[in-house]
Design a protein around this ligand. Structure first.
Ligand SMILES: NC(=O)c1ccc[n+]([C@@H]2O[C@H](COP(=O)([O-])OP(=O)(O)OC[C@H]3O[C@@H](n4cnc5c(N)ncnc54)[C@H](OP(=O)(O)O)[C@@H]3O)[C@@H](O)[C@H]2O)c1
Length: 234
């Protein structure tokens, strides 16, 4: 059991929700920020702040006084060929993945500093380390997230560790359209050295590790959780 309090931005669905389940199972208190409660009803005793983090900045007073760890989970997979990429699309992805992440960390900073040791986890994608067609906008935004991770890790050390998880295709609402049919699912699974797509728990396990004390000598890292896609040829 733990007495820690975690702030999970985007904990109502997908990887964030699985992370909330993991942290609650360990006995931690959890506050979730998201636009809807989503599937939060399936987890007991979670505080919820309803907010669209791209539309309004979180206020310090809304947040717990002490936050031992923050995960920023909102993200996008807007795939488009180069000819269809618009400044609006690029800015939308940058706003959600980078600008809002920075604003959430800024709002939570006093609470993170109030903890003995705190940790931040951000999310990138395999499409940064592995060039994938049609991923221009999301790869550019998530590349910025990886830079942000290292920069914040330097600025906030030694009190706050900052790391990043880079998943490949994971079975969440965000990736639903790639996994709608058995045919699509099988075709996607074949692309991975480990011959399956990710499940939210695969990614949440690593995020939970990076938020907790067991990783307290790890900062500034981008950890791939991608079935081997970014590094392995079979
Ligand atoms: N799933 C994949 O295949 C995959 C692959 C590579 C990288 N990733 C990255 O992994 C992270 C988690 O992905 P996921 O698949 O779990 O995503 P998801 O299923 O779309 O869940 C995203 C969470 O963020 C919340 N959210 C989204 N926009 C928000 C906003 N503007 N304000 C507040 N909350 C917001 C959503 O809740 P509400 O809708 O209730 O607001 C939800 O709880 C993302 O950064 C994603 O880019 C995912």
């Amino acid at each position: 059991m733990t007495s820690k309090h975690y702030l999970i931005i985007g904990g109502s669905h997908g990887i964030g929700l699985e992370l909330v389940r993991r942290l609650r199972a360990d006995g931690a208190a959890v506050t979730v920020v998201s636009r809807t409660r989503g599937d939060l009803g399936t987890v007991s005793e979670v505080s919820h702040i309803e907010a669209d983090v791209t539309a309004a900045t979180l206020r310090r007073e809304q947040l717990p006084e002490v936050v031992d760890g923050l995960a920023y989970c909102p993200g996008s997979i807007q795939l488009a060929p180069l000819r269809s990429i618009t400044p609006e699309l690029l800015l939308e992805d940058y706003r959600l993945n980078v600008v809002a992440a920075v604003q959430c960390v800024q709002a939570a900073l006093p609470a993170l500093k109030a903890a003995q040791q705190a940790a931040i986890v951000l999310f990138s994608t395999v499409a940064v380390s592995q060039g994938l067609a049609m991923h221009t906008s999301v790869a550019a935004a998530k590349g910025a997230v990886e830079g942000l991770t290292r920069s914040l890790a330097a600025e906030l050390a030694p009190a706050i560790r900052v790391n990043c998880v880079a998943p490949a295709l994971t079975d969440t609402p965000l990736a639903e359209r790639f996994l709608q049919t058995e045919e699509k699912r099988k075709a996607m699974a074949k692309r991975y050295p480990l011959k399956r797509v990710g499940q939210p728990i695969d990614v949440a396990n690593v995020a939970a590790l990076l938020l907790g004390d067991q990783s307290d000598w790890i900062t500034g890292q981008v950890i791939a959780v991608d079935g081997g896609m970014s590094r392995v040829r079979v």
